[in-house]
Every structure is written in C-alpha cells, then in structure tokens.
Design a protein around this ligand. Structure first.
Ligand code: NAD
Length: 257
C-alpha cells in the first residue's frame, strides 16, 4: 500500500520502518517542524492537498493533541482510510464519528495500538470474569514505568482496573493512593512505581489464601505500537476494498474480534 504519514516524530519514524518491513511504500511524510519530513505544511488544508496529489492509498496520523482534530477534519474528505494514533481527544469521539459518516469516510483510532496490550485486556476480562465466581480471590494491579513518564497510574493500568471492575463482582472502586487502614474487600488497589528505565510493566494479581495467579504484560519497545497501527490501516484498506464495511469509526475491538 502507498502510505502518507502525518506527524514525523518518534512514532512517525517507527511507522515508516515497520510499514516498509511489511512491503508498504511511504510516499509522503508531513510534519510542521521535522527537518527530515518531505513536506512542512502551514495548515491542515495544505496537508490534505499534498496527500491528495501523492497517490497515497492510506494515511496514518501521529502528531499532537492540539492539531489532531483539525487534521482529521481536513483529511476525512479525501475518503482514504485514516488511522489516528494521536491521543487526548476522547471527548470529541462522537463528533469525529459523525464527521466520518457525513463524509462517507473511514477512521480508526486506538489510544494504544499494541496488539499485546489489547490481547492482555481481553485476557484480563476473561480471567476476572472467571475468577469472580470464587469468592476467596482478591485482586490488585501494579504498574511500573521509567521516570520519564508524566502520568501515574498509567492510562493502561486504569483501563485494566476498569475491566476488572466490570467483571469481578466483589470489586466496586479503584484506590490509587496508599492505604492507611486495612483495604475494604470491594476496593481494587492500583499501585505505581517509577524507576530508572523500566519499560511499561503491568501486573494483575488474583490472590487467595492458597495461591496467587499473576498475569503480566511487559513492553519491550515502541515497535509494537507502530505495528498495531500499520495492521489497523491494512485491515481498514482491505475492508474498504471488499466493500464489507459501512463508513464510520473503528477501533482495536473490531480487529481482535
Ligand atoms: N495510540 C498509540 O498507541 C500511541 C502510541 C505512541 C504515541 N501516541 C501518541 O501519538 C502522538 C505522537 O507521538 P510521538 O511520540 O510520535 O510524538 P513526537 O513529539 O515525537 O512527534 C509528533 C510530531 O508531530 C508533529 N506535528 C505536530 N503538529 C502537526 C501537524 N499539525 N501536522 C503534522 N505534524 C505535526 C511534530 O512536529 C512532531 O514531529 C502523541 O499524541 C502520543 O501520545 C499514541
């Protein structure tokens, strides 16, 4: 597939490398600042115009939360499959979905494109639902990341905690602070450690007086994120080509099911 990349920062470069390994051709890189990008736009309209002329058959957007909505609005009318990785616009999801439908276009978004993390979500969903039947099991989450990470707990830990709450009857609330009294049975403890260069690590514990079940996901590098985004574009392009999908907005749920 001929691909255009909007945003040629850390993820943009990783996307190029992963896309090329999968025999795609990056026909255009667009970035407002990056010196090594093919094109530096002064507006989203210019980005769209350049992509329209590039012969691209799909677009991947990893730019900045402040630019993403304007980029999406300019790119949807091109009617090319559009995969967006930029985060920070959850409150605009509905608006963007409607815009895609209005343009008879296709957009894909996930806040985490790692196939492994998305599989881990499913594994925790099944595990907590299964273990919920056995009252003797408690549950807690622990996550560790390098010291460059700004937020705590991680978005992934909170997503996992929500999955446990949705599936484990005994758990009703998330506690992210340290306890100064005995935890209540319905409290799900989510704790965080920040240490050196530790890669994103998420552990879910199910514990009874007889044993502990420990499920863990460890990120090795950002390549998995880029691979998930390229796979998402391949999926969208194939669905459009076989006319098996109505226009709208899609997520990793659609791929993994
Ligand atoms: N969904 C996921 O799985 C996932 C994974 C990693 C990063 N992200 C998100 O993707 C975004 C980019 O991450 P990154 O690590 O590549 O950041 P980065 O800062 O390395 O790169 C972003 C690039 O976008 C460029 N940019 C900003 N506005 C632009 C515009 N209007 N048009 C074109 N380019 C523009 C910047 O100049 C920069 O080079 C962030 O929002 C990050 O949180 C999402």
């Amino acid at each position: 597939m001929k691909i255009a990349l909007v945003g040629y920062g850390q993820m943009g470069h990783m996307l190029r490398s992963v896309a090329e390994k999968r025999n795609h051709k990056v026909v255009l890189t667009v970035d407002t600042f990056a010196e090594d990008a093919d094109f530096k736009p002064s507006s989203p309209a210019e980005t769209a115009e350049k992509i329209a002329k590039s012969g691209a058959e799909g677009i991947i957007e990893f730019s900045h939360p402040s630019s993403v909505i304007d980029n999406i609005a300019a790119l949807l009318p091109l009617k090319l499959p559009l995969v967006v990785g930029t985060t920070g616009w959850n409150d605009k999801r509905e608006e963007v979905k409607k815009l895609a439908e209005k343009n008879s276009s296709y957009i894909f978004h996930s806040a985490n494109y790692s196939i492994g993390v998305n599989l881990f979500y499913k594994i925790i969903e099944q595990a907590s639902s299964l273990i919920s039947k056995y009252d003797e099991y408690d549950c807690a989450l622990w996550e560790a990341h390098h010291t460059k990470k700004l937020d705590s707990p991680s978005g992934t830990a909170l997503e996992l905690a929500q999955i446990v709450l949705n599936n484990m009857k005994s758990k009703k609330t998330i506690v992210t602070e340290s306890f100064h009294e005995r935890p209540k049975k319905e409290e799900l403890h989510v704790s965080s450690t920040r240490l050196g260069n530790v890669p994103g690590t998420h552990t879910v514990y199910f514990d009874s007086s007889a044993d502990t079940i420990e499920l863990k996901h460890i990120v090795r590098n950002r390549e998995g994120l880029a691979l998930g985004a390229v796979r998402a574009l391949e999926w969208l392009r194939a669905k459009i080509d076989e006319s098996s999908l109505a226009p709208g907005m899609f997520s990793m749920e659609n791929i993994l099911n």
